[in-house]
Design a protein. Structure first.
Length: 215
């Protein structure tokens, strides 16, 4: 996840402009695992876990809990003046505990709160006080564009016998396809990466996933 700085993107809800410039952002998620990703050069933040503090219609704000950020490489995600950092966590409007969200064995330089892996560790006692939402940083991002202004893609290759070709429904052993998640490694060039492993501190782990359980 890199260079998420584009401004010509359609957004249907003004509240979502605030996520512009982030690499990976979980808002109001529960029990997500974010691991073995290379996240770099995003202007406002690398990997963020935050409650969704806004009411939408009759829906209340969404709490965020039980998310794990482990064995990622995050770097150069603080170029904007109001950046959140390489790793960041907001669990409530006011100061509150980590709520089961944790960070461990990541390679990073900046975080909010500072020393985030000590404040919200995945093993051992967590800090009882995570600073609340920094409302000054929740400013709108770029205004974006109307979805109708998105340029149409060029002509794409077509199947020559689409009308008469036999169908091949995905079923049985063909659905879903087998995926070797542990075998997926970080992109070449990440610090500490050799083949499909990432080294952070004294810990090495093979292979990146983002898995989630819907809230």
């Amino acid at each position: 996840m890199h260079d998420n700085t584009g401004v010509a993107a359609p957004v249907g809800d003004d509240l979502y402009h605030l996520v512009a410039g982030n690499g990976i952002l979980v808002t109001g998620g529960q029990d997500d695992l974010i691991t073995r990703n290379l996240v770099e050069r995003n202007a406002r933040g690398g990997i963020g876990i935050m409650m969704w503090p806004f009411r939408t219609g009759t829906l209340p704000p969404f709490a965020v809990s039980g998310n794990r950020v482990i064995n990622n490489v995050t770097r150069d995600n603080s170029s904007a003046a109001d950046s959140f950092g390489d790793l960041w966590l907001w669990t409530a409007r006011a100061s509150k505990g980590p709520e089961g969200n944790c960070f461990a064995d990541n390679s990073y330089t900046t975080s909010a709160p500072a020393a985030i892996e000590a404040v919200a560790p995945c093993t051992g006692p967590a800090d009882a006080d995570v600073p609340g939402l920094d409302l000054a940083k929740l400013r709108p991002g770029p205004p974006g564009i109307d979805h109708r202004a998105v340029p149409a893609p060029p002509d794409q290759p077509q199947m020559p016998d689409a009308v008469s070709a036999p169908t091949a429904p995905a079923s049985g052993s063909a659905f879903p396809p087998a995926i070797d998640l542990p075998g997926i490694g970080l992109p070449a060039g990440a610090p500490g990466v050799s083949g499909s492993s990432v080294t952070s501190g004294t810990t090495s782990a093979a292979g990146p996933t983002v898995s989630s359980t819907p809230p």
